[in-house]
Design a protein around this ligand. Structure first.
Ligand SMILES: NC(=O)c1ccc[n+]([C@@H]2O[C@H](COP(=O)([O-])OP(=O)(O)OC[C@H]3O[C@@H](n4cnc5c(N)ncnc54)[C@H](OP(=O)(O)O)[C@@H]3O)[C@@H](O)[C@H]2O)c1
Length: 321
């Protein structure tokens, strides 16, 4: 996959010759491999007050991040750890460069999407639950109509994984462009059209005000009654109560969820008991899978920043992802 890149470089950096990039790794307690990744890219790890760049190492601590940024207006570049930046987007400004983990975790997350799709469509969730020889069920992924919401890193990897299945693939994305291995690319405001006729709908898109709650009762009613929904993006894309209704009433075939709303999904939640629902606890990329991938991205970006080159995984300030 070609890396996504920033449009603008940091003019201050391109003037600074061969100086090592001064990078803070925060907050205190951020894993030491992050500092190692900075050093591997030729950077110097320094306190925030002396830094020109920041690697943020605590994905679920947006309040600590806000506090740090109040005193760190001098930072020229901030690297966030996750692909989804919904907890950080309010701080993203045009005063500096922002990069995130978009595309970093694409391969393991796409693998999880494929696993959930196959397990769901071939009935493995139900076969695994019962303790008796049960009746045949399931549909092929082979040759299926697949709609993928989102056209970023995860989607690119999933399209490649789906190649041997000979699916007819439709991608819905914000910025329509030709995509290899895709039969049709549909613009975001026509996403409803892409739900009709799909045997499988995969959510692999950014969470924004436009995409929150985008699958609800009306959308499920438009879908095929055998269709499986696989969500590896964020739980809040789906209205959970409406999903429960759709699953309980056979409005859709089933759901494979790596992410849920609420998350973690509490014990006793109706989704756990539904035979046509397979839930994994947000493990599209486990920490073991994520560390080498993010480490590589940090190293690459420190190196690029030092050379005044475009950074990988840029956040678009206007779009908010
Ligand atoms: N389950 C997990 O463990 C896990 C791990 C990593 C990531 N994730 C989630 O997966 C998401 C995708 O990851 P990624 O690496 O592929 O991110 P990415 O490269 O940033 O892709 C995000 C995609 O969302 C699309 N998008 C934005 N608004 C849209 C809309 N209204 N309708 C349709 N598409 C829209 C964008 O379209 P354009 O490209 O056309 O602008 C882009 O292709 C992340 O945002 C994150 O929430 C989950």
């Amino acid at each position: 996959m070609p890396p996504s890149t920033n449009q603008s470089r940091d003019p201050q950096r391109s003037d600074s010759g061969n100086d090592p990039v001064r990078v803070a790794v925060a907050p205190d307690g951020a894993p030491s491999w992050m500092a190692d990744a900075v050093v591997a890219g030729g950077g110097h790890v320094v306190p925030v007050a002396e830094a020109e760049a920041l690697v943020w190492g605590a994905p679920m601590q947006p309040a600590a991040f806000a506090e740090l940024m109040d005193d760190a207006r001098h930072l020229r570049w901030v690297q966030l750890p996750f692909a989804g930046i919904e907890h950080y987007v309010e701080h993203v400004d045009g005063d500096r460069q922002w990069t995130c983990g978009k595309g970093v975790y694409a391969e393991p997350v796409a693998e999880m999407a494929l696993a959930l799709a196959l397990a769901g469509m071939r009935g493995l969730g139900q076969y695994a639950r019962v303790q008796e020889w049960s009746r045949p069920q399931g549909r092929n992924l082979l040759g299926a109509n697949v709609t993928i919401l989102g056209g970023g890193g995860v989607t690119e990897s999933l399209i490649r994984l789906l190649t041997p299945f000979g699916c007819r693939i439709t991608v819905v994305r914000n910025r329509v462009q030709e995509m290899e291995g895709v039969d049709e690319v549909v613009e975001a405001d026509r996403f409803i059209d892409a739900l009709t006729g799909a045997d499988l709908v995969v959510l692999a898109l950014a969470l924004t005000p436009d995409t929150e709650g985008m699958l609800a009762r009306n959308e499920f009613e438009l879908m095929e009654d055998h269709a499986w929904v696989v969500n590896v993006a964020r739980g809040r894309h789906i209205v959970t109560d409406d999903l429960v209704w759709a699953l309980e009433n056979g409005v859709i075939g089933g759901a494979g969820l790596d992410v849920t709303d609420p998350e973690p999904l509490p014990p006793g939640h109706p989704l756990w008991a539904l035979q046509n629902c397979i839930i994994t606890p947000h493990v599209g990329n486990t920490p073991e899978m994520a560390v080498p991938l993010l480490s590589e991205r940090i190293t690459a970006n420190v190196r690029r920043y030092a050379r005044g080159e475009e950074l990988l995984g840029p956040v678009d300030v206007q779009l908010g992802y």
